[in-house]
Design a protein around this ligand. Structure first.
Ligand code: GSH
Length: 214
């Protein structure tokens, strides 16, 4: 399976985590010439990463790709079979993606104090904090976000935590958990876990290289 993209993209990172967790062999490929070339647009007319090619199957949009990977192999399901468990995992993933990651990425563009828009910062920080309070309520408090097993919730949460760790301290937060107990325990766990810690390290390295090239 070919996965097009770079690990620094949180959308790509969630797909990579799922592929690794499920033991699906893949190659991560940086699209030659970028993601707006006629060749790439033939695969993904939106010109975005992640995009995957698995034999004749070409797919884009991380949520669709995650569903495909989970359906492709029954091993290590990231979407639990029981409806209520699946919903619980999907709910955390959705809240993280929509209400934590989106304002966190908006804040990433506000990190330079000289170019900062105070109103945007205030609004986006409030959004992140409100959403993190919801995440704190939804977290299982067990080894993984939605329970005792790695699920789609973790695939979405871990890349988001990478960006929270970069962004939130620039705006005065002591740490990404902000005093939330379950979140604090969860962040400590994913920083040490054998699946997620290497991914966070790879993202850190990719960011270092990205900044060095600029
Ligand atoms: N909804 C898409 C978002 C993917 C996305 O925005 N990827 C970014 C990289 S982080 C991208 O390809 N941006 C290039 C562009 O939009 O032109 C998904 O979940 O896969």
């Amino acid at each position: 399976m070919e996965i097009y993209g770079g690990i620094l993209s949180p959308y790509v990172a969630r797909v990579i985590l799922v592929a690794r967790h499920k033991g699906i062999k893949h190659k991560l490929i940086t699209p030659e010439g970028g993601i707006k070339t006629p060749e790439f647009l033939k695969m993904n007319p939106l010109g975005k990463i992640p995009t995957i090619k698995d034999g004749k199957t070409v797919l884009f949009e991380s949520a669709v790709i995650v569903d495909y990977l989970d359906a492709k192999s029954k091993k290590n399901r990231v979407i639990p079979a029981k409806a209520s468990d699946a919903a619980k995992a999907r709910l955390i993933a959705q809240v993280v993606a929509e209400y934590v990651q989106t304002p966190t990425l908006a804040l990433l563009r506000q990190r330079d104090p000289a170019k900062r828009d105070a109103k945007i910062v205030e609004d986006k920080l409030a959004e992140v904090n409100k959403a993190l309070d919801v995440v704190e309520k939804l977290l299982s408090g067990k080894s993984w976000a939605a329970g005792t097993k790695f699920t789609i919730a973790d695939a979405y949460a871990v890349p988001c935590i990478f960006y929270m760790d970069i962004v939130l301290p620039s705006f005065g937060a002591a740490d990404s958990a902000g005093g939330r107990k379950k979140l604090k325990k969860y962040i400590a766990k994913v920083r040490k876990d054998k699946l997620t810690a290497p991914l966070l390290a790879e993202m850190t390295e990719a960011l270092k290289n990205f900044r060095a090239r600029r």
